[in-house]
Write a protein that binds this ligand. Structure first.
Ligand code: SF4
Ligand code: SF4
Ligand code: FES
Length: 904
């Protein structure tokens, strides 16, 4: 990196000349107040809070006031932060901003973690000097996730800049009338953007706050917090989870430069409420009745002693839980808790990432891709933060326009003016229209086989050595050529695909494109989305297919089935799952929430969620990351691996008992499975300084909060599994980045304290970003193109190909039990193309019968013009009955009170 020598208050400093002075000062550790600037959004110079005095040279003593965020950190720049005129200017600015501010910190949800509070203190402002009335606004209802209190606004513009320009939303805006400006929607209503929850952190005041937290409010300083990983999709965004009085209160973003950066999606931020849902299992259940822990373990031990135990793992359980089960039952009796189809797709993606030349990128690398081809995925609903990153990726190529005009990248609105509507090449081919289509250079909606054919054709257009696709229509030939040339024109091309289409061919076609790019000398990246938070981790354990468990149980019906954190009714047809469970002599389930599988179990053991457990999960990149227990539940709820260990002890089994702590378990896992050799280093031990406090040093009521039970201060529970303590003693100093429970620094109580933990503001965390990559591409040239190109899809006269449609709210199993998310979850439906629907006399809103491979549903019809002919859509996770493996052909029939007229 080129370095600029600058002078700050007479001291010589080294700065990054590509940054502005505010960025550079903050990176160097100076406390300079600001509002409108944000490392992810750049500068617009709206608030005037970051003023400093700039001098022409050493002889210049007068200087001039400049906005630090609008001035480059150029070589030999001389500035003063402490110059009296600059100090007075900043004080005047904040006085102006506070003139209309309600000063309602005691009742403001932001109080105690407010950037405005911090900056006010930093600037020295104490009293309001203007004694007339304050301007007031009406607040809006913005839905169940985000609360609005407009009086607190300081007009910094960050909210609309994030929402509209960064996240692509269009239902939040700045409305001007005379001398007032209002930030909100044109009318009350639910915020439509999937990233609306980030307003809570982007807004430096209490205008936008967490509406779910409001239901069980507590101050930040009263939260017990731990570093965690989101479990609601396969991307592994880093989170900070907060607890008070034994219940989860909220989730905020935990910065990881390589993964989620500064942002979370709304499913990830607000899905936490499932932990406290009414469906939660908090005590063991024996034959449907509450049992004590010792009764449960006694029965578990008895069952295990009978032997012949089969274990079904889970893509939403930790590596440790899966490994404990695998150890208990033996590798030969460990089965995947996914449909066979999904396991097959996961194994294919794993093979491709290991054997092929294309690297799976981090999400940060996704954002820096400059030519992208999405094949078969609805990214916004399946892997939301990747969609947010892709929205920035389309800016990579046009930014060169600004570069040519010598406009620095951080000068946000000047760059946007220069670039106008120009977008880099993003091509999306998927079964239905997606929410990223608005920024795509070209889109194509088709059945999965046709998507795969397009992919193979693109690969051939890139490298004529790749197999040719015969019978392609001229339009598609042209599209394939255009996509190929767009990808070839990028310096960092990226191909994205995944399991959403349920198609092996789509995955292979995506790999083919990336490999063709590598073959012709491009450093192409290949990113696969994963259906669940630890899908890749489970695949790395190489479990046997679920259907083999069905056969094994059938062939010897005395066997015991132990199911780990899994509702099998989501994995296969209800009939097949019921018969599997019926055929098992004993049936034990470990899980968090009541579901069809737990209802059928003889013994249910209450498994800790991510909030009550420690564990490791592997994201779509192949990055293993650790989540840590936020609080000790002090109930029977405990980690799945502990239940399995204690069951093994109760059974006097040789398998699975030796681990006393998580470290013992991860060490054993690393020793047994070479792919997990680095797992113990995912959360390295703290070198010095003892434990790290989960509670901030202002944590209140430690003695008094349980005074109704005892006036003696209870001893904090011990945590044998990590270097974190359930206490406010000890500090953050020298905490490894993966173990930082919350970001806080003196004078920086808001989320902006993240600045103090980064090697440079907006860059990696000091000490390296959390996580260890487990998969790297092959350096050998032995890979070969796939030669199986599917035939073109032909619509059937009386059947529709049902493809899965994903919803950010509702498709994921756990978050749909969160109160706020449940309110935004659509009702079940079947989606049809309106032309085909009208040809058959079906109207939107009517109910029809849908028959899929022996299952029959009555569903309301939704019309979607984006669906290809012969293709219908079924929402994932919304049906009253799960386990439909898609894509699959279905028949449709009207619902008649009289004898049926037959199929439509
Ligand atoms: S609502 Fe918040 S983010 Fe938006 S302009 Fe006002 S203070 Fe800034
Ligand atoms: S993108 Fe996925 S991992 Fe990230 S916050 Fe959303 S649901 Fe969680
Ligand atoms: S932060 Fe510089 S003007 Fe707002």
């Amino acid at each position: 990196m080129t370095v600029a020598t600058i002078y700050i208050d007479g001291k010589l400093r080294q700065a990054n000349p590509k940054q502005n002075l505010l960025h550079a000062c903050l990176s160097l550790g100076y406390d300079l107040p600001y509002f409108c600037w944000h490392p992810a959004l750049g500068s617009v110079g709206a608030c005037r809070q970051c003023a400093v005095k700039q001098f022409r040279n050493e002889q210049d003593t007068a200087g001039k006031l400049v906005m630090a965020c609008m001035t480059p950190a150029a070589e030999s720049t001389r500035i003063s932060i402490v110059d009296p005129e600059a100090v007075a200017f900043r004080a005047a600015i904040i006085q102006g901003l506070m003139q209309n501010h309600p000063h309602d910190c005691p009742v403001c949800d932001e109080g105690g973690e407010c950037h405005l509070q911090d900056m006010t203190v930093m600037t020295g402002h104490r009293s309001r000097v203007y004694s007339f009335g304050k301007r007031t606004f009406r607040n809006q209802y913005l839905g169940p996730l985000v609360n609005h209190e407009m009086n607190r606004c300081i007009q910094c513009q960050r909210c609309v800049r994030f929402y509209r320009e960064y996240a692509g939303g269009d239902d939040l805006n700045a409305f001007h009338l005379r001398d007032t400006i209002y930030f909100g929607r044109h009318e009350d209503g639910v915020l439509e953007n999937e990233f609306s929850g980030n307003l809570v952190e982007i807004c430096p005041t209490g205008v936008f706050t967490d509406a779910t937290l409001k239901r069980h409010y507590t101050r930040k300083w009263d939260l017990q917090m731990a570093p965690s990983i989101c479990v609601h999709c396969g991307l592994g965004c880093n989170t900070t989870v907060g607890e008070r009085y034994g219940t989860l209160r909220r989730i905020v973003n935990r910065y990881n430069h390589e993964v989620n950066g500064y942002f979370l999606c709304d499913r990830g931020r607000f899905g936490y409420e499932f932990v406290e849902s009414n469906q939660r299992i908090r005590h063991p259940l024996l034959n449907g009745k509450a049992a004590t822990k010792s009764e449960a373990l006694e029965r578990f031990g008895t069952i295990l002693r009978e032997g012949k135990v089969l274990g079904i793992g889970s893509p939403r359980a930790s590596l440790e839980g899966n490994f404990a089960l695998r150890t208990l039952v033996g590798p030969d009796r460990f089965f995947a808790g996914t449909s066979d189809q999904e396991l097959q797709l996961l194994s294919t993606m794993l093979r491709i990432l290991r054997e092929g030349p294309a690297r799976s990128p981090s999400l940060n690398e996704v954002e820096h891709s400059d030519a992208v081809f999405v094949l078969g995925e609805d990214i916004t609903n399946v892997a939301p933060i990747m969609a947010l990153r892709l929205r920035q990726a389309v800016r990579q190529s046009p930014i060169q326009i600004a570069e040519k005009l010598h406009i620095p990248e951080w000068l946000d609105h000047s760059v946007r003016e220069a670039v106008q509507e120009e977008k880099g090449p993003l091509y999306i081919a998927s079964p239905y229209a997606t929410k990223l289509d608005d920024i795509a250079a070209a889109t194509y909606c088709a059945a999965p086989d046709d998507l795969a054919r397009l992919g193979f054709a693109v690969a051939h257009a890139i490298d004529p050595g790749a197999p040719v696709v015969t019978g392609l229509l001229p339009d598609l030939e042209k599209m394939a050529t255009d996509i190929a040339s767009g990808l070839l024109g990028g310096r960092h091309p990226l191909v994205v695909s995944g399991t959403s289409c349920g198609s092996q061919s789509v995955i292979e076609a995506a790999a083919q494109v990336a490999w063709a790019l590598c073959k012709v000398g491009r450093h192409a990246a290949l990113s696969f989305t994963m259906p669940e938070c630890n899908s890749l981790g489970l695949a790395l354990m190489e479990p046997r297919p679920l259907s083999e468990a069905v056969s094994a149980i059938k062939s010897e019906p005395t066997k015991t089935l132990v199911v780990l954190e899994n509702d099998l009714f989501r994995r296969g047809p209800a009939g097949a799952v019921s018969s599997l469970l019926k055929d098992a002599h004993h049936f034990v389930v470990l899980d968090h929430l009541d579901n069809g599988t737990t209802e059928a179990a003889e013994l249910v053991l209450p498994a800790g969620t991510y909030a009550e457990s420690d564990g490791t999960i592997v994201n779509n990149e192949g990055r293993a990351q650790r989540f840590f227990q936020v609080f000790d539940p002090s109930t029977d709820v405990q980690e799945s691996w502990r239940w399995l260990r204690e069951g093994a002890i109760a059974a006097n089994s040789e398998n699975g008992a030796p681990w006393q702590s998580l470290d013992d378990l991860t060490t054993a896992m690393a020793a047994e499975m070479t792919v997990f050799a680095s797992i113990p280093q995912v959360a390295p031990p703290r070198k010095a300084g003892g434990k790290i406090a989960r509670e901030p040093n202002r944590y209140s009521g430690r003695t008094a909060m349980l005074a109704n039970i005892s006036v003696h201060e209870p001893k904090p529970p011990n945590d044998p599994d990590s270097d974190l303590a359930f206490s406010m003693e000890s500090g953050l100093e020298s905490a490894p980045p993966s173990l930082i429970p919350f970001f806080w620094a003196p004078g920086w109580n808001s989320v902006q304290a993240t600045n103090k933990f980064q090697s440079e503001v907006g860059g990696p965390l000091r000490g390296g970003d959390p996580g260890i990559r487990l998969i790297e591409p092959s350096l050998e040239a032995g890979w070969q193109y796939c030669s199986t190109v599917p035939a073109a899809f032909r619509p059937q006269p009386d059947e529709w190909l049902l493809v899965p449609i994903f919803h950010i709210f509702g498709s994921e199993e756990l978050s749909r039990n969160a109160q706020g998310i449940a309110q935004l979850t659509p009702l079940p439906y079947v989606a049809l193309n309106p032309v085909e629907a009208s040809q058959r006399g079906v109207n939107a809103g009517e109910r029809i019968k849908v028959s899929i491979e022996g299952s029959l549903f009555e569903l309301e019809v939704t019309l979607r013009a984006d669906l290809p002919r012969g293709v219908a859509g079924l929402p994932v996770g919304l049906l009253p009955v799960g386990g439909i493996i898609l894509p699959a052909f279905c028949r449709l029939a009207p619902i008649l009170t009289e004898p049926s007229r037959g199929a439509l």
